[in-house]
Structure formats: structure tokens, C-alpha cells
Design a protein around this ligand. Structure first.
Ligand code: AMP
Length: 398
């Protein structure tokens, strides 16, 4: 069974082809700079890597290039020969609590959610409509970034704002990175050889965008991102939590417009705002050389995560596992150790040396630790493929 996973952005399409009988990715790639004159297309497969530049004016042309590259790599005849296509869709609002097979109604609902994700949902829809035009018979599934968080209780998802804003404008916390939080929580349960339904897990997705989630017996009960992916942890260029009073102050003092404040918080804050650089590897190199701002950025980044671990431990009534993932969480032993420093009071005891298993999972906790601390590589594309396969099998069975 072959499933293609698509992550369509406004000027890019990331793709990954899975052979589900082996649960294995057999090709992956990206088309970048769509509509920019010269687009770049890359594909990696068992048969090697290919890269080319071409004029790709829109997503339709992008899909045609993806189809050709997959065909030339010998992994797929054409889009029509796929068993299904799984799409990452950023915002499912309150409409979608789980993945769905895409039909006209679903397309219209994703369209209705555009005000909540004005950059992402239109791009995701482009990908869906392109496949629909190219291969109308192919089953398409939408997997939402927000869906895993849809079981949060109102005490977690409501802001203390006039209730009418929730009723009329859907102002509430939705959370993002849901596919990743769910994937690593499942993996943690597998790794600990215990059912997910018996575990209290704090998952930390730390990358350019970062978020934490509190998962109680398989259900997400709180997460750090809010109505938009701006709330919560310190990120590459996003501020995370900030007193909203700061915005009024800046608007008045600096005469900043709404758009300027939006840019400031989303693109010029976070790690970049503190030390001028958003890439964690570069920040760590600067910190090694004694750069004070880089050291400060590291302190603030780790302290904010530690605060969320404390908060979520309270929400969960204690934690059985803390799981690090994302580019930073998976790769930086330094950040992991710094985040866990001083958490012995809650049963986190870190071993003197980390232990890496063959499958890439890292165990950090010591034998005496009450809490398991793991670093688990996330694989959102595989999770989308698995959820797509499940729906396809259900459809075939009925
Ligand atoms: P992501 O958005 O999940 O791809 O993560 C990107 C972030 O991971 C960037 O800030 C990278 O600098 C960071 N990263 C990747 N590898 C490492 C590493 N070995 N140590 C520290 N940070 C890393």
C-alpha cells in the first residue's frame, strides 16, 4: 500500500512517499520557491538524490514535478496509482477532532477555518485541490495539527476573556504540533512497555517552533500554544508568553501598528530577539565562546520549559514520563540536561550518561528516577501516513 504525505505551504510542498506494508518512507523531497521564478525541487529515494531548478508557477505545476520525480526515481507510476494521499492541515478548529476523508463538505469546512490560520489553511487547501483535479478517484485524508488537543477541558482551552468572544469569534486555545505530541507519546508508551492509557506524559516539542503538552492517559489535557502558535515556550523567532500589556505600551510609546507588533512578536522575538540568532546550534557555539546574550537566551529558553514542566506536573497530578523531541529536543543533550536540572523534587533523576538505543530513542533518567525521561525522534509524516491508512482501511471495510 502506497501513501503519499503532503505538507503544502504557501510557496513550498514537502512530500514523503510511504510503503505501508513495510511502514517505511521510500522517497521524500521538497519543492521550494513556488511562484518565485526559479523553484527548486529535490527528491531523495533508495535510488539516490536528484535536484533541479525549474519555473514552477503554482501548486498544480509543483504536483506535476513531484509526480515526474517520483516516476523517474522508479518508486511510483503516477498520482492515480497511489492508495491514498494524507495531508497535513494546520487548523481544524473545533470542527475536526480526528482525521477525516476529504470530500466537498470537508473542503468547505477547512475553507471556513481560514480566518483562524490565514497563512496555512489556504496553502493546505491548494494541495488538496491539486490532487483532486489530478486524480479525483484517489482517497485523500486530512490530518489536523490541532486535532489531538481537541479533548482539552474548557479550563485549559478558554481564555479569561468575555465569553461572547469564544461564542462569536471562536477565540480559545487550540494548540498545534498535535501530530508530533501524539506520535512521541505513543512511542514513549511502546518504549516503556506500558499502555498509553496508563501514563501521564509531558511531551516537549522543541524546534524552531516549540510547544509542550500534558497528556493524561492518552488524552491531551493542556498544551502551551494557544489560539495561534505564538503562545507558550520561547521559540526561534516567536516570543511565546508575553504580558499583553506590553503590546499596548509599545503601540503607545513607539506608535507601532498592529501589523508591526505582529511581525515583532512572530519574527523578531524569541531566541532571535534576545541574542540576534534563532538557530540553536549557532547560539550554542556563541555561548561556548562566552557570548553573554547567547548565554541569556539559553537560560530563558530552558527556564520557560522548566516552568511548563512544573505546571503540567501539577495538571497531571505527577508525571510518569517527560519526552523531548523536535530538532533541539532530539539532538541537544546540553539543553535536555539543563531543562532537567533541579527537578529532583518531582522525581526526575538524570543518569551521568545518556543511553542511545538502536532506534534512536535516548534514555536520560537514572535507575532510581521515578520519572522516565526520554528523547524520541518525531515523525509527523509517518503518523499522518498511519492515520491515513487507518481511515482507508475503515472505508474499505464498510
Ligand atoms: P526543527 O524546527 O524541529 O527542525 O528544529 C530546528 C532547530 O533544531 C534549530 O534551532 C537547530 O539549530 C536545532 N538543532 C538541530 N540539531 C541540533 C543540535 N545538535 N544541537 C542543538 N540544536 C540543534
Amino acid at each position: 500500500m502506497k501513501i503519499l504525505v503532503l505538507n503544502s505551504g504557501s510557496s513550498s510542498i514537502k512530500f514523503q512517499l510511504f510503503e505501508m506494508t513495510e511502514r517505511r518512507s521510500i522517497a521524500s523531497g521538497i519543492i521550494e520557491n513556488i511562484g518565485d521564478g526559479t523553484a527548486k525541487a529535490k527528491i531523495y529515494s533508495d535510488h539516490g538524490a536528484t535536484q533541479e531548478t525549474a519555473v514552477i508557477r503554482n501548486h498544480q505545476e509543483g504536483m506535476a514535478v513531484i509526480e515526474r520525480l517520483l516516476n523517474q526515481s522508479g518508486v511510483l507510476q503516477d498520482i492515480g496509482s497511489l492508495d491514498a494521499v494524507g495531508h497535513r492541515v494546520v487548523h481544524g478548529g473545533e470542527t475536526f477532532r480526528e482525521p477525516v476523508i476529504i470530500d466537498d463538505e470537508v473542503i468547505s469546512a477547512i475553507n471556513d477555518l481560514i480566518p483562524l490560520a490565514p497563512l496555512h489553511n489556504p496553502a493546505n487547501l491548494e494541495g488538496i485541490i491539486t490532487v483532486l483535479q489530478k486524480a479525483p478517484q484517489t482517497v485523500q485524508v486530512a490530518v489536523f495539527d490541532t486535532a489531538f488537543h481537541q479533548n482539552m477541558p474548557p479550563s485549559s482551552y478558554l481564555y479569561a476573556l468575555p465569553y461572547e468572544l469564544y461564542e462569536k469569534y471562536r477565540v480559545r486555545r487550540y494548540g498545534f504540533h498535535g501530530t508530533s505530541h501524539y506520535f512521541v507519546a505513543k512511542k514513549a508508551a511502546e518504549c516503556l512497555d506500558r499502555p498509553l492509557e496508563q501514563l501521564r506524559i509531558i511531551t516537549l516539542h522543541l524546534g524552531n517552533g516549540s510547544s509542550a503538552a500534558a497528556i493524561k492517559y492518552g488524552v491531551c489535557i493542556d498544551t502551551s500554544m494557544g489560539m495561534t502558535p505564538l503562545e507558550g515556550l520561547v521559540m526561534g523567532t516567536r516570543s511565546g508568553d508575553v504580558d499583553p500589556g506590553v503590546l499596548f505600551y509599545l503601540a503607545r510609546q513607539m506608535n507601532l501598528s498592529i501589523d508591526e507588533i505582529d511581525t515583532l512578536l512572530n519574527k523578531e522575538s524569541g531566541l532571535k530577539g534576545i541574542c540576534g540568532v534563532n538557530d540553536m546550534r549557532t547560539i550554542m557555539q556563541l555561548a561556548d565562546k562566552g557570548d553573554e546574550r547567547a548565554l541569556l537566551a539559553l537560560e530563558i529558553f530552558c527556564y520557560r520549559i522548566k516552568k511548563y514542566i512544573g505546571a503540567y506536573s501539577a495538571s497531571l497530578g505527577g508525571a510518569d514520563a517527560v519526552v523531548f523531541t523536535g530538532g533541539i529536543g532530539e539532538n541537544s543533550a546540553f539543553i535536555r540536561a539543563k531543562v532537567c536540572e533541579g527537578l529532583e523534587y518531582m522525581g526526575i533523576e538524570i543518569a551521568s550518561e545518556e543511553c542511545r538505543r538502536q532506534d534512536g530513542i535516548v534514555t536520560l533518567h537514572s535507575r532510581d528516577s521515578r520519572v522516565n525521561v526520554l528523547a524520541i525522534p518525531t515523525d509527523e509524516e509517518l503518523e499522518i501516513a498511519l492515520q491515513t491508512q487507518q481511515l482507508l482501511q475503515k472505508k474499505i471495510a464498510t
